[in-house]
Ligand binder design. Structure first.
Ligand code: SAM
Length: 161
Protein backbone atom coordinates (compact mmCIF):
# COMPACT_ATOMS: atom_id res chain seq x y z
CA UNK A 1 0.00 0.00 0.00
CA UNK A 2 2.84 2.38 0.78
CA UNK A 3 4.30 1.71 -2.69
CA UNK A 4 0.89 2.34 -4.34
CA UNK A 5 0.72 5.65 -2.49
CA UNK A 6 4.25 7.00 -2.97
CA UNK A 7 4.36 5.96 -6.64
CA UNK A 8 1.27 8.07 -7.30
CA UNK A 9 2.02 11.53 -8.74
CA UNK A 10 0.36 13.02 -5.64
CA UNK A 11 1.92 10.45 -3.31
CA UNK A 12 3.27 13.21 -1.09
CA UNK A 13 -0.26 13.41 0.32
CA UNK A 14 0.00 10.04 2.07
CA UNK A 15 0.63 9.90 5.81
CA UNK A 16 4.11 8.78 6.83
CA UNK A 17 4.90 5.26 8.13
CA UNK A 18 6.13 6.57 11.52
CA UNK A 19 2.92 8.56 11.91
CA UNK A 20 0.80 5.50 11.22
CA UNK A 21 2.88 3.34 13.57
CA UNK A 22 2.11 5.90 16.26
CA UNK A 23 -1.62 6.02 15.37
CA UNK A 24 -1.78 2.24 15.35
CA UNK A 25 -0.34 2.09 18.86
CA UNK A 26 -2.62 4.91 20.03
CA UNK A 27 -5.71 3.18 18.65
CA UNK A 28 -4.79 0.00 20.50
CA UNK A 29 -3.93 1.85 23.72
CA UNK A 30 -7.34 3.57 23.85
CA UNK A 31 -9.15 0.39 22.76
CA UNK A 32 -10.72 2.19 19.79
CA UNK A 33 -13.60 0.36 18.12
CA UNK A 34 -15.10 3.04 15.93
CA UNK A 35 -13.13 5.79 14.22
CA UNK A 36 -13.60 8.49 11.63
CA UNK A 37 -11.21 9.51 8.87
CA UNK A 38 -11.67 12.55 6.64
CA UNK A 39 -9.23 12.48 3.71
CA UNK A 40 -8.56 8.97 2.42
CA UNK A 41 -6.60 9.41 -0.83
CA UNK A 42 -5.30 5.88 -1.70
CA UNK A 43 -6.11 4.53 1.76
CA UNK A 44 -2.69 4.27 3.39
CA UNK A 45 -3.77 5.66 6.76
CA UNK A 46 -7.13 3.92 6.34
CA UNK A 47 -5.43 0.52 6.01
CA UNK A 48 -3.23 1.16 9.05
CA UNK A 49 -6.31 2.18 11.05
CA UNK A 50 -8.39 -0.81 9.92
CA UNK A 51 -5.53 -3.17 10.84
CA UNK A 52 -5.33 -1.64 14.33
CA UNK A 53 -9.07 -1.99 15.04
CA UNK A 54 -10.59 -5.17 16.46
CA UNK A 55 -12.40 -7.50 14.06
CA UNK A 56 -15.77 -5.91 14.90
CA UNK A 57 -14.36 -2.36 14.67
CA UNK A 58 -15.41 0.15 12.04
CA UNK A 59 -13.79 3.15 10.39
CA UNK A 60 -16.09 5.62 8.64
CA UNK A 61 -13.86 7.01 5.88
CA UNK A 62 -14.84 10.12 3.94
CA UNK A 63 -13.25 11.52 0.80
CA UNK A 64 -14.60 13.90 -1.79
CA UNK A 65 -13.24 11.53 -4.48
CA UNK A 66 -13.59 7.74 -4.79
CA UNK A 67 -11.01 7.55 -7.58
CA UNK A 68 -7.87 7.29 -5.44
CA UNK A 69 -9.49 5.05 -2.83
CA UNK A 70 -10.24 2.54 -5.62
CA UNK A 71 -6.47 2.22 -6.25
CA UNK A 72 -5.82 1.11 -2.68
CA UNK A 73 -9.04 -0.78 -2.00
CA UNK A 74 -7.73 -4.14 -3.36
CA UNK A 75 -4.88 -3.97 -0.83
CA UNK A 76 -7.36 -3.29 1.99
CA UNK A 77 -9.44 -6.28 0.84
CA UNK A 78 -6.33 -8.48 0.52
CA UNK A 79 -5.33 -7.53 4.06
CA UNK A 80 -8.67 -8.96 5.22
CA UNK A 81 -9.95 -5.73 6.77
CA UNK A 82 -12.37 -4.51 4.08
CA UNK A 83 -15.33 -5.36 6.34
CA UNK A 84 -14.17 -2.71 8.84
CA UNK A 85 -14.28 0.11 6.27
CA UNK A 86 -17.37 2.22 5.63
CA UNK A 87 -16.19 4.47 2.77
CA UNK A 88 -18.33 7.48 1.90
CA UNK A 89 -17.60 9.54 -1.22
CA UNK A 90 -18.70 12.95 -0.03
CA UNK A 91 -17.56 16.39 0.97
CA UNK A 92 -16.22 16.06 4.53
CA UNK A 93 -18.19 18.94 6.04
CA UNK A 94 -21.46 17.82 4.44
CA UNK A 95 -20.96 14.23 5.67
CA UNK A 96 -19.97 15.41 9.18
CA UNK A 97 -23.14 17.53 9.30
CA UNK A 98 -25.14 14.41 8.33
CA UNK A 99 -23.44 12.36 11.07
CA UNK A 100 -24.12 15.09 13.65
CA UNK A 101 -27.78 15.28 12.60
CA UNK A 102 -27.98 11.51 13.18
CA UNK A 103 -26.57 12.01 16.71
CA UNK A 104 -23.13 10.77 15.70
CA UNK A 105 -21.22 13.16 17.96
CA UNK A 106 -20.63 10.50 20.59
CA UNK A 107 -19.93 7.67 18.19
CA UNK A 108 -16.20 7.90 17.51
CA UNK A 109 -13.26 6.96 19.69
CA UNK A 110 -10.83 8.79 17.37
CA UNK A 111 -11.18 11.08 14.36
CA UNK A 112 -8.34 11.68 11.92
CA UNK A 113 -8.80 14.77 9.76
CA UNK A 114 -6.30 14.78 6.92
CA UNK A 115 -8.08 16.83 4.27
CA UNK A 116 -8.75 20.25 2.93
CA UNK A 117 -5.73 21.94 4.47
CA UNK A 118 -4.74 22.98 0.95
CA UNK A 119 -7.57 25.24 -0.09
CA UNK A 120 -4.73 27.23 -1.67
CA UNK A 121 -1.79 25.98 -3.67
CA UNK A 122 0.64 28.05 -1.67
CA UNK A 123 2.59 26.63 1.27
CA UNK A 124 2.48 29.95 3.06
CA UNK A 125 -1.30 30.00 3.06
CA UNK A 126 -1.42 26.40 4.26
CA UNK A 127 1.01 27.34 7.02
CA UNK A 128 -1.11 30.33 8.04
CA UNK A 129 -4.23 28.15 8.01
CA UNK A 130 -2.58 25.56 10.29
CA UNK A 131 -1.27 28.24 12.67
CA UNK A 132 -4.81 29.64 12.89
CA UNK A 133 -6.29 26.18 13.37
CA UNK A 134 -3.83 25.33 16.15
CA UNK A 135 -4.50 28.66 17.88
CA UNK A 136 -8.26 27.99 17.77
CA UNK A 137 -7.76 24.50 19.20
CA UNK A 138 -5.47 25.84 21.97
CA UNK A 139 -8.16 28.36 22.96
CA UNK A 140 -10.97 25.78 22.97
CA UNK A 141 -11.52 24.48 26.50
CA UNK A 142 -13.51 21.49 25.20
CA UNK A 143 -10.25 19.83 24.15
CA UNK A 144 -6.77 19.22 25.48
CA UNK A 145 -4.30 19.49 22.60
CA UNK A 146 -0.68 18.87 21.86
CA UNK A 147 1.31 19.31 18.66
CA UNK A 148 3.40 16.30 17.72
CA UNK A 149 6.48 16.82 15.54
CA UNK A 150 5.75 13.73 13.41
CA UNK A 151 5.74 13.93 9.62
CA UNK A 152 4.64 17.49 8.77
CA UNK A 153 3.03 17.91 12.20
CA UNK A 154 0.06 16.27 13.93
CA UNK A 155 -2.31 18.14 16.23
CA UNK A 156 -3.57 15.60 18.74
CA UNK A 157 -6.72 16.59 20.64
CA UNK A 158 -8.46 14.83 23.50
CA UNK A 159 -12.05 15.79 24.18
CA UNK A 160 -12.50 16.82 27.82
CA UNK A 161 -16.00 18.41 27.79
C1 SAM B 1 -3.68 14.37 2.39
S1 SAM B 1 -4.79 13.41 1.43
C2 SAM B 1 -5.26 12.13 2.56
C3 SAM B 1 -4.14 11.14 2.80
C4 SAM B 1 -4.52 9.92 3.56
N1 SAM B 1 -5.03 10.23 4.89
C5 SAM B 1 -3.30 9.00 3.66
O1 SAM B 1 -2.64 8.99 4.69
O2 SAM B 1 -3.00 8.33 2.67
C6 SAM B 1 -6.19 14.47 1.38
C7 SAM B 1 -7.46 13.88 0.78
O3 SAM B 1 -8.52 14.73 1.20
C8 SAM B 1 -9.51 14.75 0.19
N2 SAM B 1 -10.27 15.98 0.40
C9 SAM B 1 -9.88 17.28 0.19
N3 SAM B 1 -10.86 18.11 0.53
C10 SAM B 1 -11.89 17.36 0.97
C11 SAM B 1 -13.18 17.66 1.47
N4 SAM B 1 -13.62 18.92 1.59
N5 SAM B 1 -13.99 16.63 1.85
C12 SAM B 1 -13.56 15.34 1.75
N6 SAM B 1 -12.34 15.00 1.28
C13 SAM B 1 -11.53 15.99 0.90
C14 SAM B 1 -8.73 14.69 -1.12
O4 SAM B 1 -9.55 14.13 -2.13
C15 SAM B 1 -7.53 13.81 -0.74
O5 SAM B 1 -7.75 12.48 -1.14
Amino acid sequence: MHATTIEHCRGFMGSSPDQMQFFSMLLKMIGAKRTLEVGVFTGYSLLATALALPDDGKVVAIDASREHYELGRPVIEKAGVGHKVDFRASDGIAELDRLLAEGGEELFDLAYVDADKQRSEFDRVVRDFMVGFNAAVAADDRVQACLLPIADGVTLCRRVK
